[in-house]
Design a protein. Sequence first.
Length: 381
Amino acid sequence: MNHALIGARVLTDGGWREDLAVLVEGERIAALCPVTDPRVQRAERHDLAGKTLLPGFIDSQVNGGGGVLFNAAPDVEGIRAIAAAHRRHGTTGLLPTLISDSAEVMATAIAAVDAAIAAQVPGVLGIHIEGPYIAPTRKGVHQESSLRVPDAREISLTTSLRRGRTLLTLAPEQVPVESLRQLQAAGVILAVGHTAGDYASVRRALEAGVRGFTHLFNAMTPLQGRAPGAVGAALEDRESWCGVIVDGHHVHPASLKVALAAKPRGKVFLVTDAMPPVGGPDQSFVLNGETIWVRDGAARTADGVLAGSVISMIDAVRNCVGLLGLPLEEAARMAATYPAEFLGLEKTHGRIAPGYRADFTVVDAALAVRETWIGGQREMY
């Protein structure tokens, strides 16, 4: 059955359009065309009654959701629960994210993601391995006993996912440059994060194939006048991408505005760094044996250390509009188009255009998610 989405304000490559039908054939967008097109008349029509049709959100940093932490449930059912929780909030593509853990858990998690993609669990695009090759002094809530320098066996493990994308967050001072080149050549997307490295070491990593920065400003050396640090390297570089957590807790809005002004348009994208309370029943969870509590919209340890976030992607989009003063169309691209480009999916995901995946997020005037579509399959809320 072909579908035609009509009556919506559609975010196209050229901006907003209210006079188009979006024709879906199978998993793909077949055309953006007038409502009078004969193909629309033959399709099953869905009148969105003035709602806004956005490209489906893509979140490359999802530690958990729906009450499930990926580290604690590195299996297909855990992934299915996490993806379902985030789908309700507009995320149609995501990378389940494994926080620093043992090689055994890493292997289990990679195998689970591979199996989830093979089983066509909706929205799973690959895996994000955050650590364990990070700096102990910038570990945040990562367990110090899990941190290490990768050897040849672990390089092989990290490159073992057969389906989907692999994103690896690392501290460049913890990984030899030759290993960086080896990982990049094997197709792993490399991002700097949780690093104590200085500007020079981060520049060397960029030259060796690092593509981005994980939760910019957080858990990395700051920008200072005589010591540009990792943040300075990130803001100076024109080619790399920066993921940002726009929750009002991780980064001050003024700092985010500086990043947006410094980087070329399209090089700053949204991530949630979400934990189990997103879409879940509880306001606490256990990480590395410690109970993390949600208070005043932030997840923190007993010592006050931020432990991921409790926002969804639609929350991040709303915050871009409300806290940063961005137009909705740019906030939506930061949630969909730009992360697709970062992950190398720019030819298939992140846009409402012919030939692209029929992944959509439908929002109302209050920016509440009312529908999601993944590969032409609709869910209503």
